[in-house]
Design a protein around this ligand. Structure first.
Ligand code: CP
Length: 306
């Protein structure tokens, strides 16, 4: 593996290798993350052309726990603001001896463009591109599911909400399919959950009760207003009424169901606070596991480089 750009097409053995490697970084209790020398002397450049709290910060922590040098380019204050092109920016950062670029961009495909043009020894990790993919989120979601449910092959997983704009949903669906989850449901109205998801082997449910009944895992997704380019359909209020996860609706799922969300959450839009903060929620463990999973990805990509 040279770059990590998508979970699509990643073999099951590679997915499992990443999850197994991540577990080695988590000490007993699954909270303390070890510091190891695997990327000592390497330079990891965080290039976030789009806002982030969780992904950017956990990549920085992960790189530091691997003993790498981390450079966070402040895009708003960079020469991107003077019109320097993406590829010229990359060429100049490569001349600063970059070993890895972690890239988030609002344009789908931007990390692929960088991967095509950077030097052969440089690794690119997609930290979220447009609506396309967010592979490390997909992987940390798989880690979380495996941690709490142990086995993928007997699960019902429901993804609820704005799937059409969600790079997380796409990355999750590819990974869940590869790991053998037998029932993947996509739940929401036609404006947010297109019928063609069926082509990915997903069961499309327009009705929330049908969608989450007996689910083992519920992944709530944020309404991505910034990608809608106009009226929010349905409105936030309508969405909450029909698809917002409340304790009443959650009672339809299995008694030991876990509730996940990639964040940031819209309380009272896709999820009620009592559920987000309740006993089924594993939203904050997802964030912690993200550090170990990102350590695993970076160490597998670059850990054996000279
Ligand atoms: N889950 C996620 O990508 O969150 P951030 O946008 O805060 O990185």
């Amino acid at each position: 593996l040279i770059h990590l750009l998508s979970t699509e097409g990643l073999p099951r053995a590679v997915l499992t290798q990443i999850l197994d490697t991540a577990s080695t970084f988590l000490a007993v209790g699954e909270r303390d993350i070890k510091k190891v020398p695997l990327l000592r002397g390497k330079s990891v450049f965080n290039l976030f052309f789009e806002n982030s709290t969780r992904t950017r910060t956990t990549f920085e922590i992960a790189a530091k726990r691997l003993s790498a040098d981390v450079i966070n380019l402040d895009i708003a204050r960079s020469s991107t603001a003077k019109g320097e092109s993406l590829l010229d920016t990359i060429a100049n950062l490569s001349a600063m001896q970059a070993d890895m670029f972690v890239v988030r961009h609002s344009e789908s495909g931007a990390p692929y463009l960088i991967a095509q043009h950077c030097a052969p020894h440089v690794h690119v990790v997609n930290a979220g591109d447009g609506r396309h993919a967010h592979p490390t989120q997909g992987l940390l979601d798989m880690y979380t599911i495996r941690h709490f449910k142990k086995d993928f092959t007997n699960l019902t997983v429901a993804l609820v909400g704005d799937i059409v704009h969600s790079r997380v949903a796409r990355s999750d669906i590819h990974a869940l399919s590869t790991l053998g989850v037998p029932e993947i449901r996509a739940v929401g109205p036609k404006t947010l959950v297109p019928d063609n998801l069926r082509d990915m082997g997903v069961r499309v449910c327009r009705d929330m009760a049908e969608g989450i009944r007996d689910a083992d895992v519920i992944i709530m997704l944020r309404l991505q207003n910034e990608r809608m380019g106009g009226a929010l359909l349905p409105s936030a209020g309508e969405f909450f009424k029909h698809y917002g996860l409340t304790e009443e609706k959650l009672a339809l799922a299995r008694p030991d169901a876990i509730v996940m969300h990639p964040g940031p959450i819209n309380r009272g839009v896709e999820i009620d606070s009592s559920v987000a903060d309740g006993r089924h929620s594993v939203i904050l463990p997802q964030v912690t596991f993200g550090i170990a999973v990102r350590m695993a990805v970076m160490s597998i990509l670059a850990g054996n480089d000279a």
